[in-house]
Design a protein around this ligand. Structure first.
Ligand code: FCB
Length: 560
């Protein structure tokens, strides 16, 4: 079971890295044919009362203040400051949301949003990631006189910061949607292999419990971990190499990291992805279970709900030929079912598992452990499913290569559905990121059907078109393509709901332009423009901001 080395293309690696469901936004083209068809005679698309129109963010992407108030170092500090990712750009300052949040909450209130999604930086709560004292140099536990580890209280400044943010949101009538983990992890835990290491999973459980106890009296919507696919497929390769570099005490360039990454065998890559994906999903369920237990004990809000944030995108067959339909089904199973089914039904999709077995692959985790974990995951369930959607791929059956790695390391494998995959797609617009609201509708209906009608919270949807997000001479940002994008996707959400999906809200990515991972500040997804040339990081609402605000005010939009 080997992947031909030629299939690991460096350009794809660099571009696909952490692109996840999103980076393709830069290639979006408005093709009318991908719009949903609305029922005849409907003129106004009204959403249910209380629908959570919102905007999203994530800690590392917007907070900045990287060394303030006791925040510990994270994987992303390492990747950007030391390993030279994102072309030397870092999230050190980003939008300085950490300091400027009062101004930004005022902006949210002006927009009229009903909800705001943000993530808590683990490293602000437990700076080392450990709820026990660690030696700052060796990271070994500091022991008391009897040889026991010394517990540490969570960082009071970190707790205070999020308390202030949550309280201010609530005072403005904005529902906080709180993500526990959006890809920034204390550096020591990154050094332990991240979620691929079960000890990290347990440390996360301790952190989650602390966070629930601190804010659970006010927060109604909790989101566990962001995008399993994005984290476990894209980030893991980076992690592995970065770990090696850290272990050697060195700093390395991105190109040498990627070169080394290419040397991983398909077995190593697949093992890494499978283990990490399983643990990531397990961790999400563990947090869910802990939350529900605290709820049963009356320690958090009775009506509070918790769910995962999943990067789902139902692929479309290139034709109705049976072979294309079968290939599409398999891609769907390897991507969407592989995430959704274990979380909700406590099973991995049989077609993917049998494919793995047929190829002679044995999971690196013991089968008994997987079975036990799945049973717990089924029991933990989810109160709703968070869905991130940006685009989807078109699948043909023409690939003849080996099936592995099943998830496609950094965009190189046959199942990789964000584009850049060889032989998976044939049309130029399917390389990635086409404008495809019909795909959004299909995805929402798929979630609705696969989960037996669980509520859905749209946790991310957005775009970034090159050249569009510029301050014009009139001092405004005329982002007509973004407005068009949101409009098309809101229509799709409305239609899904009209067809029975229980959709709690729509969260636009993002409130502000921000640090877009691998791409640094080169990709802007915000409803609000941030001027990085100004020390005060001036915010300018874009045209889409006003348009969205109007939709929220009317709790809907015209059908035409
Ligand atoms: C998603 C990520 C989010 C952001 C958008 C554009 O995949 O969850 O942090 O980068 O893409």
């Amino acid at each position: 079971m080997t992947i031909p080395k030629k299939t690991l293309r460096p350009i794809a690696l660099a571009a696909g890295l952490l692109m996840c469901a999103c980076g393709g936004g830069t290639r979006n083209q408005a093709t009318a044919s991908n719009d949903v068809v609305l029922p005849a005679g409907v003129t106004q698309l009204t959403f249910p009362k209380g629908f959570l129109f919102g905007a999203a963010s994530a800690s590392y992407q917007c907070e900045g203040a990287w060394n303030k108030d006791g925040r510990g170092l994270t994987n992303w500090d390492y990747l950007t400051q030391t390993a030279g990712f994102a072309n030397g750009e870092t999230g050190n300052v980003a939008d300085d949301f950490y300091d400027l949040y009062p101004e930004d909450v005022a902006l949210m209130a002006k927009m009229g949003i009903k909800s705001f999604r943000f993530s808590i930086a683990w490293s602000r709560i437990y700076p080392t990631g450990f709820p026990i004292q660690l030696d700052p140099v060796t990271y070994q536990p500091v022991l008391d006189a009897s040889g026991n580890p010394i517990p540490v209280a969570p960082n009071a400044a970190g707790i205070a910061h999020y308390n202030n943010l949550i309280n201010l949101l609530l005072a403005n009538g904005i529902e906080p949607l709180v993500t526990l983990y959006h890809w920034d992890m204390p550096i020591a835990l990154f050094g332990m292999g991240g979620f691929a290491n079960r000890n990290v999973v347990n440390l996360f459980a301790a952190y989650a419990q602390t966070v629930f106890m601190a804010f659970g009296d006010r927060v109604n919507y909790w989101l566990t971990l962001n995008e399993p696919y994005g984290e476990c497929v894209d980030l893991d390769g980076v992690m592995t190499i970065a770990l090696k570099s850290m272990a050697g005490g060195g700093s390395v360039s991105l190109s040498s990291l990627l070169a080394e990454f290419k040397m991983l065998s398909s077995d190593e890559m697949l093992g890494l992805q499978m283990t990490d994906l399983h643990n990531y999903l397990y961790t999400s369920s563990l947090a869910t279970m802990i939350y529900h237990q605290l709820q049963a004990a009356g320690a958090v809000k009775a009506g509070g709900r918790i769910g995962p944030v999943l990067d789902l995108h139902v692929p479309k067959p290139a034709s109705n030929a049976p072979a294309d339909l079968a290939a599409t089904q398999l891609v769907n199973a390897a991507t969407n079912d592989m995430i959704l089914k274990p979380l909700v039904q406590g099973v991995y999709p049989a077609d993917v598992v049998s494919r793995l077995q047929a190829e002679g692959y044995t999971w690196t985790l013991p089968q008994t452990q997987i079975a036990e974990d799945l049973a717990m995951m089924k029991m933990a369930g989810a109160d709703f499913i968070g869905v991130n959607y940006y685009s989807r791929s078109t699948v043909t059956s023409t690939h003849t290569d080996a099936m592995f790695p099943i998830f496609g390391g950094l965009g190189s494998g046959p199942f990789f559905n964000e584009g850049y995959s060889y032989n998976l797609t044939t049309t130029p617009e399917s390389t990635n990121g086409i404008y495809d609201p019909q795909g959004f509708y299909d995805t929402l209906m798929y979630v609705h059907q696969t989960t037996g009608g669980l509520p859905i919270l749209i946790t991310e949807n957005g775009c970034s078109y090159p050249g569009e997000d510029v301050l014009d001479t009139d001092g405004k940002v005329h982002d007509a393509m973004r407005t068009r994008f949101i409009e098309g996707h809101l229509k799709a959400a409305w239609k899904a709901q009209n067809d029975g999906a229980n959709i709690l809200g729509y969260t636009s990515w993002s409130l502000l332009d921000n640090f877009e991972w691998m791409f640094g500040y080169g990709r802007r997804f915000g409803l609000t423009y941030v001027d990085y040339t100004k020390p005060e990081l001036t915010r300018t609402p874009k045209d889409s901001f006003a348009w969205y605000s109007n939709v929220i005010q009317n709790n809907g939009l015209p059908a035409n």
